[in-house]
Design a protein around this ligand. Structure first.
Ligand code: SF4
Length: 392
């Protein structure tokens, strides 16, 4: 249910969105510029990372999302093959050019070979910045999955405590879960607006609002989202004649902002999987009981889906169709990052299934470093026109 919102003038909403856009390029904060209560930063690679554990130890979780299309690669090419996806290459470049020097540690996940090997690249090139792999299960359907994840989280918690030189006891972890639950509720509200009144909030704007949490504390993000949602609800905008689509393929490497803008120009994106790891839980995490168990159990029982997690309850085709139906979408934009094996795998399965069930879709490939969008814009325009023609 929507919360009661204070009045926020349109100008303030514009300022919030500009602030979020600037945060995309903001450096990792230095230790002396951290919000109160934090003593360091901890970097994590997509897709999902239990930020609450770092947060409760006083380490600001910083999602590392590659270098976008403004970063020039000067060093990374010497460290990896040309067939590696752009986010891995630009993340390595940012390590080598010092842009991530303020991190007190870096964690990656075995979501694919490229991501898994980042930890080794880190260990070899930046020994002063401890790196590790958080082994989340790829198959969550085994009976021991929750127990295994809880043990892995306990290991992570001990690591965080060592780095922060501070205890992250159950009480502080429960407090972090409460803060993130508030964030989850606000993000669900943001996405509900997209679904119910998409003319009030574009996909690009919603993405910027979500992505802001990669550089600020969850507490600050909660305040930002509350103000933004109030401003969005107060917007007076007319609905336009645009098809409703869902966007998939943005779970790891991030599509350039210009690509999302081109989609917004032609369609209402009523749901997406952009940064799905940052809103992984579909419900609140239980705030009572063992907090580590609550996080582990939520990972298995109250979670979204992505191409890098295998859960027989959420087939590739099944979760896309559930998204399309829940968002009352007319069609899908099925994307994958170049050289992304999990993403391309999913794209093939999705396209085949959409053909079978007769749902219209557009296949797009992207790279975070793309700078030319004219051709894509034309494809999108044609796609949107054909959808409108079909439903006229
Ligand atoms: S974009 Fe794909 S290939 Fe690259 S790190 Fe992410 S999941 Fe792996």
């Amino acid at each position: 249910m929507a919360t009661e919102s204070p009045h926020v003038p349109e100008g303030e909403l514009d300022d919030i969105l500009e602030y979020c856009n600037n945060l995309r390029h903001a450096p990792v904060p230095a230790d002396d510029a951290l919000p109160e209560g934090f003593s360091g930063t901890f970097g994590h690679f997509p897709v999902y990372f239990p930020e609450e554990i770092a947060h409760s130890a006083g380490l600001l979780p910083v999602a590392i999302l590659g270098g976008g299309n403004k970063l020039e690669l000067k060093h990374a090419d010497a460290h990896m093959g040309s067939f590696i996806c752009a986010i891995c290459r630009s993340t390595t470049e940012m390590g080598l050019n010092g842009a991530l020097a303020n991190l007190s540690g870096f964690v990656t996940h075995p979501i694919c070979d490229a991501a898994k090997h980042l930890a080794g690249i880190w260990a070899r090139n930046f020994p002063e910045q401890p790196s590790e792999i958080l082994y989340l299960p790829q198959n969550v359907n085994t009976p021991g999955a929750v127990r295994y994840i809880a043990a892995e989280y306990q290991r992570l918690r001990a690591e965080m405590e060592k780095r922060a030189e501070r205890a992250a006891d159950d009480e502080s972890l429960r407090a972090s879960i409460r803060t993130y639950n508030r964030n989850r509720r606000l993000l669900r509200e943001l996405y509900a607006i997209r679904r119910d009144e998409p003319w009030k909030l574009s996909c690009t704007e919603s993405y910027l609002l979500l992505r802001a949490r990669t550089r600020i504390s969850c507490e600050e993000h909660n305040v930002l989202l509350e103000r933004a949602i109030a401003g969005i609800r107060a917007r007076r905008r007319q609905a336009q004649d645009k098809p409703r689509v869902v966007f998939v393929g943005g779970f790891c490497e991030q599509p350039p902002l210009e690509m999302l803008e081109a989609i917004d120009d032609n369609c209402y994106v009523v749901d997406d999987d952009l940064l799905i790891g940052m809103r992984w839980f579909t419900e609140d995490v239980p705030e009572a009981g063992d907090p580590v168990w609550a996080l582990a159990e939520s990972y298995v029982e109250r979670s979204a889906a992505s191409p890098v997690q295998h859960d027989e309850r959420k087939s590739k085709e099944g979760y896309l169709m559930a998204m399309i139906h829940a968002a009352k979408a007319d069609a899908a934009i099925v994307t994958a990052a170049k050289f992304c094996e999990p993403g391309l795998d999913e794209q093939v399965a999705w396209s085949k299934h959409l053909d079978e069930v007769g749902v219209q879709y557009l296949v797009l490939e992207f790279e975070e470093k793309m700078t030319s969008f004219e051709q894509m814009a034309m494809q999108l325009e044609t796609f949107a026109e054909s959808l409108l023609f079909a439903t006229a």
